[in-house]
Write a protein that binds this ligand. Structure first.
Ligand code: PEP
Ligand code: MN
Length: 352
């Protein structure tokens, strides 16, 4: 249940009202928007009467939420969530609320030369964030598993060399100890419903890039995000990365319709990963453009200096040159859609 409070209500009055509600056995989650305060009631609301709530002088509107998710629900938080992330280059990047963010880099960190050179190229082409897997969720135990801690050190070197905030996947809770310098923690498709991990990330202060499981419904993705938000971490980026269907031409099937649905249902930013969705590098630019046109808040793109020799996902990785070309096109797409391209905002960190 969601209660919209009248704009003129004082803070103290809202606090008193919240205490009254909590006496009825529910938890009240307060969200302060630009112009209005919204209360989300979590727990058993069956005994709370809408009519009696409406009779209260502070209440403007009462909405019974049908969906099982509350904190991630747009009803509860009508404004888009915007996440600000500082780079070592002194620039603040924004994700969500009209901004287009680009995360680019190799599937896996392989060598110092590889990660530093990709980091420099994607930065030069305008990417806002550097990705690179160090703990890799591979289908076969005999495939390259990532460089682990050593890879993380190299990724941090690339962060220092370029100033780009870094994004990497967390596979197990104990790895959190060494993720201090990671700017965005990625939860991979295979871990989307690892509820123990999600709960732990709820208590962490870092933004989470939550990838949709390849057999997960939209509601299941939002419920996974709800786990993180229920723990107190509201800096979540949802990521559509393709789902498994009967189609075998592409690695997965990119569910573009997930973008408008997620944006309608939730206030959280929505990214798209056309690399894992298609598994084919030549298809990545077309799907990247389609995602921005459909309203995605950003993209996750695999870029490798030499895809043919990549230790992981080379077939879906684009070269730095192709990435730079694509970025020029995407800038124009973003402008047509009236979106804020991160670079335009350089030196100006005010709310759009
Ligand atoms: C990745 O981003 O490298 C990755 C493994 O993605 P996913 O979890 O979507 O398969
Ligand atoms: Mn990959």
């Amino acid at each position: 249940m969601i209660i919209v409070i009248k704009p003129e209500a004082s803070k103290g009055a809202v606090q008193g009202f919240t205490a009254l509600l909590e006496k009825q056995g529910v938890k009240v989650h307060l969200s302060e928007g630009a112009s209005q305060v919204v209360l989300g009631l979590v727990g058993d609301t069956s005994r709370i009467q809408e009519k009696s709530l409406l009779a209260h002088h502070l209440v403007e509107k009462v909405i019974r939420v049908q969906e099982p998710y509350k904190r991630v629900n747009r009803l509860f938080h009508p404004d888009d969530t915007r996440i600000a992330i500082d780079g070592l280059d002194g620039k603040t990047r924004h994700i969500g609320a009209g901004y287009v963010g680009i995360i680019a880099g190799p599937c896996s960190v392989e060598t110092r030369e590889q990660i530093i050179s990709v980091a420099q190229s994607v930065k030069q082409a305008g990417a806002g964030f550097l990705r690179g897997g160090v703990f890799k969720p591979r289908t076969s135990p005999y495939s390259f598993q990532g460089l682990g801690c050593e890879g993380l050190e190299l990724l941090i070197e690339a962060k220092k060399a370029t100033g780009l905030p870094i994004v990497t996947e967390l596979m197990a809770i104990h790895q959190l100890e060494i993720f201090d310098t990671v700017d965005i923690i990625q939860v991979g498709a295979r871990n989307m419903q690892n509820f123990t991990l999600l709960k732990e990330l709820g208590g962490c202060r870092k933004p989470i890039l939550l990838k949709r499981g390849y057999a997960a419904t939209i509601t299941e993705l939002l419920m996974a995000a709800e786990y993180i938000m229920a723990g107190g971490n509201d800096r979540i980026i949802l990521c559509e990365r393709g789902i498994r269907t009967f189609e075998s031409t592409t690695r997965n099937t990119l569910d573009l319709s997930a973008i408008p649905i997620l944006k309608k249902q939730s206030h959280l930013p929505v990214f798209v990963d056309p690399s894992h969705a298609t598994g084919l590098s030549w298809m990545v630019p077309a799907m990247a453009k389609a995602a921005i046109a459909a309203g995605a808040d950003g993209l996750l793109l695999e870029v490798h200096p030499n895809p043919e020799e990549a230790l992981c996902d080379g077939e879906q990785s684009i070269t730095p040159a192709r990435f730079a070309e694509l970025m020029n096109v995407l800038r124009r797409y973003a402008a047509v859609e009236g979106r804020i391209w991160d670079e335009e905002d350089e030196g100006n960190n005010e709310t759009p």
